[in-house]
Design a protein around this ligand. Structure first.
Ligand SMILES: NC(=O)c1ccc[n+]([C@@H]2O[C@H](COP(=O)([O-])OP(=O)(O)OC[C@H]3O[C@@H](n4cnc5c(N)ncnc54)[C@H](OP(=O)(O)O)[C@@H]3O)[C@@H](O)[C@H]2O)c1
Length: 204
């Protein structure tokens, strides 16, 4: 499936936009809230396929084209990447994977004309929470950003040649502090916060 998609993208670009730099945006992804293995093994493995496998495979298949033309590979991770996330355990781990993978790839690609950017948004007003099995409004509006805010931060980071961006000052402070903690302590604190979402779970 990813193979066919990559071929279709390549053919489209060669036919319709044969020159110029390429921006690959690895954005598709979803979360799944619950006590492991809730909400089910099929849902969890599909999530790993979309959040991790498709990102790595699509990028690998399109990389020769992007190298020929130059460009940027943007991958949407999350603030969930910065600590273990109980009740979103597999989701957080997929985001840690793509965050580390994107940063490592940026080093491998130095001097090639291709850069990568890991975007790590915090709560953002989209269909994400509902898809993850949580009620609308699970995260208070004061903590939530808009898609426009996140995209603006992403575009500024591309222009500045950065390899990672955490949009929003609240998310920047939280991720900075949490990254200083021992992982087991960060896991405990995140579990206490994320356990609150149990009250906001919806039937799937
Ligand atoms: N919203 C947040 O609070 C938040 C925070 C941090 C990171 N993120 C990340 O931001 C990215 C975008 O999510 P969003 O917030 O915009 O949520 P969203 O509104 O639910 O959008 C999810 C996107 O992923 C695609 N997708 C979902 N399941 C898929 C599947 N099985 N196969 C192919 N595509 C699939 C959707 O495509 P269709 O529209 O075709 O279904 C849609 O484009 C995700 O990687 C998410 O992990 C979100």
């Amino acid at each position: 499936m990813v193979k066919e998609t990559a071929r279709a993208v390549e053919e489209f670009l060669e036919r319709e936009i044969p020159t110029g730099r390429v921006l690959l945006l690895n954005n598709s992804g979803f979360g799944a809230y619950g006590n492991f293995p809730e909400p089910g093994v099929e849902e969890l493995t599909e999530m790993i396929d979309v959040n991790v496998r498709a990102v790595v495979e699509l990028t690998a298949r399109l990389l020769p084209l992007i190298k020929r033309r130059g460009g940027v590979i943007v991958t949407v991770a999350s603030t969930a990447a910065f600590q273990p996330t109980a009740y979103l355990a597999a989701y957080g781990a997929t985001k840690s994977f793509v965050q580390h993978w994107s940063l490592a790839l940026n080093e491998e690609l130095r001097g090639s004309g291709v850069r990568t950017l890991a975007v790590c948004p915090g709560p953002t007003a989209t269909a994400f929470f509902q898809r993850a099995g949580l009620k609308e409004g699970s995260v208070s509006d004061s903590l939530s950003m808009t898609c426009d805010d996140v995209v603006t931060a992403m575009l500024k980071a591309i222009a500045a040649g950065r390899s990672q961006v955490v949009p929003g000052w609240k998310n920047k402070v939280t991720t900075f502090l949490v990254s200083k903690l021992p992982k087991p302590l960060a896991a405990r604190i995140a579990a206490l916060v994320l356990a609150q979402f149990r009250m906001k779970k919806v039937a799937r």
